[in-house]
Ligand binder design. Structure first.
Ligand code: BES
Ligand code: ZN
Length: 460
């Protein structure tokens, strides 16, 4: 099935594709900020119009949160259907001063496009749109049916997508789902991801005295909420880095010997990773190696902490309140809600009586493992090899995609294809996020190849 004509068209049009992607990247669709609500909608509308322009039947669906876009092209009742999922929302861009160019003024430099969302996930999702467009242009039709589902709330835990999936479960039926997210194993080794960690994300607030106080007049009698908070945070982990919360590890499925062997065989370069992170050494869970620790074992991290005075110079004050955000990455078969419960119970029990502690669960995601041996997954592996010129390895990823388990549960989809097109050093969620133009191009080639592979891989 030579795709020479399709690949030639990709080469001819790549500059235009990049210009279009820049338009989408220029919209600051930060889903967590209410003041960006209008921008999130604008990005959704941009996706809607683009889908229409390339020949899909597209619709914008209002939800209780940010809109969902669906776009269909189902002209072959007897052929397989591929559902494609992506998200057009992005994470906040702060600290903006650490960016070399402004986060929402996309710039191309040294073979990369830089902007918030370049890799996670606008660039990757857009890759799928361009593959559909180019196949339609070269062949006049798509070899299979496609259904797109693009949401604007992935980065805040997809709070409304479950209800949407449930309501539209019949229309969204498919033979496989491709998730336009994730990354390759390295800049030279593409990958298929078969595992994602889950997430439990909580916020702690500690209230001390009614108001801020002079630390001389009241020091010695007033409890300090920052001290109470850091004591609590300190007791979340043991000195060896394992998590001290009773019950935290109870449901964790042990890593199987075959999987540990397979992970050992991956071309993992720990020195390169240390150099990228600017660290002399890594903090790895005892009994596990770095790769296992970062993808297949649970973790706990404080994401942010606030309270008191941190301006210029010194202010003598006992603050009235302090707070922190804490996230835990989960693995099968930990449940986000149960973990949030054991966490809350533990910190509440530990908290001294002189201060008031409030714990709020912000969002969560289920950990998932996907089947590796299905014909659709093999088709995806061949498609990547066609697009990138290198066969993919199979990996587990440490990040989370909150809705993935519901594709299984609500749509009955076993074939979940996660062909990560980005790279681990794309800077997702960090300053100077980027997407390599080479990955953009090879990604479009891979997705085009997937459409043809899918035509024959699943007999119906
Ligand atoms: N693209 C990531 C998920 C991801 C990261 C997949 C690395 C594979 C490798 C996604 O956009 C993301 O950041 N998800 C959030 C989910 C959360 C906000 C519920 C995450 O993992 O923090
Ligand atoms: Zn993300």
């Amino acid at each position: 099935m030579p795709l020479t004509d399709v690949f030639q068209k990709i080469d001819t049009n790549l500059d235009r594709y990049v210009r279009e992607l820049k338009e989408l990247l220029a919209i600051p669709s930060v889903s967590t900020y209410s003041h960006h609500r209008g921008d999130v909608r604008r990005a959704g509308e941009w996706v809607l119009n683009h889908c229409k322009r390339i020949g899909l039947e597209a619709q914008l669906h209002d939800t209780a949160g940010h809109p969902v876009i669906t776009a269909f092209r189902c002209h072959h009742p007897s052929r397989p259907t591929l559902l494609i999922y992506g998200h057009y929302d992005v994470q906040p861009a702060e600290p903006e001063e650490d960016w070399n160019a402004l986060p929402f003024q996309p710039t191309v430099r040294d073979g990369f496009i830089y902007a918030r969302g370049a890799s996670d996930d606008k660039g990757q999702f857009f890759t799928y749109l361009k593959a559909l467009e180019v196949v339609l242009a070269a062949r006049g039709d798509l070899p299979i049916n496609v259904k797109l589902l693009v949401e604007g709330e992935e980065e805040i835990g997809s709070p409304h997508l479950g209800a949407f999936l449930n309501k539209h479960r019949e229309q969204l039926k498919a033979d496989a789902i491709a998730i336009s997210d994730g990354s390759q194993f390295s800049d030279t080794v593409p990958a298929i991801t078969y595992g994602l960690r889950g997430l439990a994300y909580l916020e702690l607030s500690v209230q001390g005295p009614r108001t801020d106080l002079h630390s001389g007049s009241f020091g010695g009698i007033a409890p300090n909420p920052i001290h109470a908070l850091v004591n609590l945070l300190d007791r979340l982990k043991n000195p060896d880095g394992t998590i001290a919360i009773p019950g935290f590890y109870d449901a964790v499925a042990p890593l199987e010997p075959w999987e540990r062997e397979a992970m050992k065989a991956l071309p993992f370069d720990e020195d390169k990773l240390k150099a990228y992170l600017g660290l002399p050494s890594l903090c790895v869970e005892p009994g596990y190696n770095a790769l296992e620790s970062k993808t297949a074992r649970p973790t706990l991290d404080v994401n942010g902490i606030w309270g008191g005075f941190s301006g210029e110079g010194a202010k003598t004050v006992i603050p009235a309140k302090a707070g922190a955000k804490v996230s835990m990455r989960l693995v099968p078969h930990q449940k986000p809600q149960e973990i949030a419960e054991v966490f809350t119970r533990y910190v509440k029990d530990l908290c001294p009586k002189e201060v008031r502690l409030e714990v709020k669960a912000l969002h969560g995601a289920e950990p998932v493992l996907m089947s590796r041996d299905l014909p659709q997954v093999q088709a995806a592996a061949r498609a990547i090899e066609t697009g990138f010129g290198v066969a993919p390895v199979f990996i587990r990823e440490g990040g989370s995609i909150p809705i993935v388990n519901l594709f299984k549960e609500l749509l009955g989809l076993e074939a979940i294809l996660l062909m990560g097109l980005g790279r681990p050093d794309d800077g997702a969620h960090a300053p100077n996020e980027r997407f390599a133009l080479r990955d953009f191009k090879n990604g479009i080639r891979s997705v085009a190849a997937l459409l043809f592979e899918m035509e024959t891989c699943c007999v119906r």
